[in-house]
Design a protein around this ligand. Sequence first.
Ligand code: NAD
Length: 417
Amino acid sequence: MSEHVDVLTMAREQLAIAARYLDLDEGLHSVLAHPMRKLVVNFPVVLDNGAVQVFEGYRVQHNSSRGPTKGGIRYHPSVDVDETTALAMWMTWKCAVVGLPYGGAKGGVKIDTKLYSRREIEKLTRRFVTEINMVLGEWRDIPAPDIGTNAQVMAWIMDTFSMQAGYTVNGVVTGKPVDLGGSKGRVEATGRGVTVMAQQAAKTIGMDLSKSKVIVQGFGNVGSVAARLCEEHGATVVGLSDAIGGIYNENGLPVSELVHRYSGREGGIREYKDAQQVSNKELLEMPCDVLIPAAISGQVTKENADKVKAKLIVEGANGPCTPDADRIFADKGTLVVPDILANAGGVIVSYFEWVQGLQSFFWEENEVNDKLERIMTTAFQEVEATMRAHKTDMRNAALIIGVKRVADATVKRGIFP
Ligand code: NAD
C-alpha cells in the first residue's frame, strides 16, 4: 500500500477506544499503553564471505500481569522497535481474550532473510538469542515463530538458551519441531483457528462457509493452511497471493495442489496459469464472500476499504485493517473478526506445547485440535455477546474483554512497591 501505516499509533488508538467503553482510570490506561520493557540490541555476525555485518534486533515485553510474556520473533526488513511494541501489545490482549495465563511480547531482527544462507541465519539467531537471553526464560518470556522464522529457528533458539543454561530448557520457546518437544498441530494451529473463526462468524451473518467464495492474501504458514482448511470445509478459494502478487479464478483454485507445489516458494504461485494474474492490491478488491488477509499489517486502509467486496473479513495477519478501514466496514455492515481473536490459534497451541513440555507428557493431534477448537469457539461466543451488549464492532468487543482482564489483573496485583 502507498499509505504508511504506523501500527503503534493504531494499537494505541484501539486501546483508547476500549478504555472509553471500560471507563478505565487514566493511570491504568497509561500503564497499558506502554510496554514494560524494550530491549534493543546491535550485534555482529561473520558472514560466509568473511565480512562482518551488524544487525539490529528487538525484544519488547508489554505486560506480565497475567503471567510470563509470550510472542513471536519476526525476521523482516521492516521490523522496528515501534512495530515490535504494537505487536507485543496485541499479544497481551490476544492471550487475555482466549484466557491464556500469559502477557504479550514480540521480537524481531531487521533482515531480509532471502539474502543470507542457512548457516548465516543460524549464526544470527544464536547471537541474537545470546544478546537477549537475560529477558527470556520458560517462566519469564517465551518466543515463538512469526514472519520469516520457523520451527528450525525455534530449535536453534532452544539449543542456544540450553547451552548457556547448562541443561535442556524445553519450555523457553514454542513452535519447535515435534521431535524436539514441539506440539503436534502447532504448524497448522493459526490457520486452523482462522478457519474455525470463519465458520463461526459466517453463521452469525447467515452465511455458510462451505458455500462461500474465499480470498486469502499471503501464502505462508497462516495463509496456506487457512486456504487449505477452508477448501476442506467445502469453500471455494477463488484468490490467493504471496509477496510477489496474486491469482484469481472465480471458479476456484486447486489449493492443495498449489500448497504442494508452491508453498514456501516466493512468487511461485504466479506460475499457476489457469487463473487471472492480479496484484496484491487488486486481489483484496476482487469479488468474494470471505477475505482472509494473512500476510502483513496495514493492507486494508481508508484508501481501499470501500472497494473490498467481502461481507466477512477474518484477520489471519496481525493488524491488516487500520482503524479508518474499521469505521468504513462498520458503516458498510462488513463483519471483521479481529486479529486478537482470529489468529489466536497459534498462541493457544504454543501454550499447549509449553504445558506439554513442562510436564514432559505429550498429546495426540486430535486432542490438540479439539482443545484448540473449544477454546476458540468459547472466546468467539464471549466476544459476540460483548459485541451485542455494547452495540460495537467485534474488534472493540474483543479488546473490551482482553483489556478488562489485563486491567483487573493489574489492579488486583497492585502497583509495586
Ligand atoms: P510467513 O512468513 O510464513 O508468510 C507470510 C506470507 O505473506 C508469505 O506468503 C509472503 O509471501 C506473504 N507476503 C509478504 N509480504 C506480502 C505483501 N506485501 N503482500 C502479500 N503477501 C505478502 O508468515 P506467517 O507466519 O504466515 O504470518 C503471516 C501473518 O500472520 C503475520 O502478520 C503474522 O504476524 C501473523 N501470525 C502468525 C502466526 C503464526 O503462528 N505463524 C500466529 C499469529 C499471527
